[in-house]
Ligand binder design. Structure first.
Ligand code: BGC
Length: 433
């Protein structure tokens, strides 16, 4: 099997990285951001967060922190002191709705059970919520729906923190003072709190884990869909995973059709850890169906398996089962490598479009700070290397935009506390006008 046949197989199915013309895709992506900011129909929701990294974080005020993600639910207590943020009593549990499906009432009751033991220490809650939610000026989150295969029915339209507070009040507790933010916003706020803002020309929060998303600080005058507010800037949660204008191919369509939210979050399904193993498996099966591979398809593949194979094409990997003979190992490797190239190019387009839209990072000595979180980015080193490479090509070499990737421990929990504490602060009154 020549390598050209492998390339042609991916081209025929619209899965080849060549399908992503990065500069052209970047212009389309930025236009879609602008439509979302204007309130026009767009696959990018561009959700205002009503938080802004502009004030100092109050000290010595314990805050309950909750971090609800696609796989885990983490919680604990956070307090800011001289040396920075301190976390205590941190617990990690499976996210309700992942092991078994449930309705919204049961979901809120499960959160109330988990929150109750912390109420002796604080009634302030910072809630990092990794799902689409419209944020109210009072920092509650109106659930727009669950994704990442979390099964909670009837949650759309729920004012999540108020519902949680009401359940706690019905159990004899005081109401909560809450702030709900998206996980990208938590990443950005946590990163802002942990760095010297003078060193950076602005911040981007970027998550690449089970799902993917970005947020960034936008000037108020660039958010025409909001009424005039006193703040100069606001963090905007793009819900970037929802972007629907990248070219898609045969195997993307298959994964989308059998997902829990067909037709939605198309970009997320092409690049994030929750779906990449499935894309790889379907593409390899497609290659087998066309006679390019003669081995046996494994039942399941994860992002972990793909990245491990690309680091070290190991005969014991479940992926190796596809190879009917030694030469086919090259076919498998090339397909996986090109699929990951395609994903890295799309990620670079997304991040560069933000640098251009927010006009960040024009000087190499004052780059934009991309605060990155998520198990996929952290653990999939081969993917990370490709993202760096395409960021260099697109952001730096094509557009002269400079950036640094930074990560911080427990950033979601700390960032959620920052948001709750800044809401408490008198300054946030300006945002509640
Ligand atoms: C959710 C976003 C979240 C991202 C990363 C997506 O599936 O819609 O709200 O920020 O995953 O966790």
């Amino acid at each position: 099997m020549t390598s050209e046949n492998v390339h042609n197989f991916l081209r025929r199915h619209g899965m080849h990285p060549e399908a992503i013309d990065m500069a052209a895709c970047c212009a389309v992506f930025q236009k879609e951001m602008q439509k979302g900011l204007m309130g026009e129909t767009s696959t990018l929701m561009m959700i205002p967060s009503y938080v802004s990294p502009e004030r100092e974080v109050p000290r010595d005020m314990p805050t309950i922190v909750l971090d609800a993600g696609g796989t885990n639910l983490r919680m604990g207590l956070c307090r800011f002191c001289e040396g920075g943020a301190e976390l205590s009593q941190v617990r990690t549990l499976p996210m309700p709705g992942t092991k078994e499906s449930m309705d919204a009432d049961r979901f809120v009751a499960a959160l109330a059970d988990l929150t109750e033991p912390f109420l002796a220490a604080s009634h302030r809650l910072g809630f990092c919520f990794s799902f689409p939610a419209e944020i109210t000026p009072r920092l509650d989150g109106i659930v727009l729906g669950f994704n990442k295969e979390v099964a909670v029915s009837g949650a759309q339209g729920l004012h999540l923190c108020q519902a949680l507070s009401d359940v706690l009040v019905s159990r004899g507790h005081q109401p909560l003072q809450y702030a709900l933010i998206n996980d990208t916003v938590a990443a950005l706020m946590g990163g802002y709190g942990a760095t010297d803002p003078a060193a950076y020309d602005g911040y981007i929060g970027f998550i690449l884990g089970t799902g993917t998303n970005c947020c960034y600080t936008e000037y108020m005058e660039n958010i025409p869909k909001l009424p005039p507010l006193a703040a100069h800037t606001m963090v905007v949660n793009m819900e970037a995973g929802g972007y629907g204008l990248f070219p898609t191919g045969t195997f993307d369509h298959q994964i989308d059709a059998r997902s829990g939210n067909p037709g939605e979050h198309l970009y997320e399904k092409m690049v994030s850890g929750g779906y990449f193993g499935d894309i790889a498996l379907e593409t390899l099966k497609g290659a087998a169906a066309e006679g390019l591979l003669t081995g046996i398809a494994p039942r399941k593949l994860g992002m972990k398996d793909v990245c491990a194979y690309l680091e070290q094409p190991d005969g014991n990997s479940p992926i190796a089962k596809f190879c009917g003979n030694v030469e086919e190992a090259d076919t498998v490797y090339t397909i996986l490598d090109l699929l990951l190239e395609r994903a890295a190019k799309m990620v670079a387009v997304n991040l560069t479009a933000i640098l251009l839209q927010s006009d960040m990072g024009k000087r190499p000595t004052r780059p934009a700070c991309i605060v990155v979180e998520g198990s996929t980015f952290q653990k999939a080193v081969v993917y990370q290397r490709k993202i760096y490479f395409y960021m260099r090509v697109l952001a730096e070499d094509t557009y002269g935009r400079y950036f640094r990737f930074r990560s911080f421990s427990d950033n979601n929990l700390k960032g959620a506390a920052v948001a709750a504490l800044l809401k408490q602060d008198a300054g946030s009154a300006a945002l509640n006008q």
